[in-house]
Design a protein around this ligand. Sequence first.
Ligand code: KG4
Ligand code: ZN
Length: 329
Amino acid sequence: MIVLGIETSCDETAVGLIKGRKVLANVVSSQTAHIQFGGVVPELAARNHISVIQPLTKLALDVARIDLRAVDLICATRGPGLIGSLLVGRSYAHSLAIALGKPFLGVNHLEGHIYALQTKSQGLNYPCLVLIVSGGHTELILIEKEFQYQTIARTADDACGEAFDKVAKIIGLPYPGGPYLERCAQTGCAGRIRFPVPRPKRFSFSYSGLKTAVLYYTREHRHYNPNDVAASFQEAAIDHLVDVTRQALTRVSVRQLGLVGGVSANRRLRDRFSKLANDFSIEILIPDLPFCMDNGVMIALAGAARYLAFGPVKKYLDVIARESLDNIP
Ligand code: KG4
Ligand code: ZN
């Protein structure tokens, strides 16, 4: 089965094509219009998706060397995300499906991130514990069996990627700051500044205190070294992810530990999670870099899984700003 996946939940227009679990094409256009504003402007994002979605889909078909009529199923992200942006991808994909007489399926973005793990040769093996760390989400999900999600910890305030972006902004790096901050951290000394590792009372994540600690430090030390700040913040932020996940692993019995979402591109985080899985003698699963960020392949993989399990009974035509994995109807 050949599946086309379209992702437009935020500021990346992305198209993926798969055949089974094999990736035929994965093309992404990252919008640069938001850099000058230091964050995503929803109206601009939607307009930009409109201008690139058609040529990008054509590019994906060219890369895969297939004709549009060879596609068996068309999927698009239904949410969570920016409504205007989601509507562009959903409407384009659904129109294509109607014109071609093919089935259409709307896909939950977080489920997409989890299915990015199917690009690894081992694939998902249940029960597993997956940490989703992106610009909008920090969620620890227990998956007992396919489609059965239980969110066991989520952030009480900022998402981890959001904290990376805000701290990057504080030390003068461009948006989105996560990858730039990681680069600075490589030449900084993580032990030089002791930022507090978050310790929320409830079993959850929290990043606003750590972000504020960085802000105060930079105000009080006018000649601070940005690389040391980046390295010290990154270490505290990752310590927190590892602490909470370690606690969860002592309570549940799983075969695999998965790490997904934009922040999973971070080298230090990947290393720390590999070590954590090793401590519990379980398999670690982290997507290769192109499948950590928002992409169309993950949407195609998740859509294909639902289509194969449930058929075309539910199209998920509506777009939604929020939807927890536990509540997918
Ligand atoms: O999953 P994603 O592409 O989009 C969302 O669904 O949010 O994640 C984007 C987030 C941004 O906050 C970005 O700064 C962060 O992932 N990110 C990173 C790295 N690469 C991307 N954060 C830390 N280190 C990185 N290497
Ligand atoms: Zn995402």
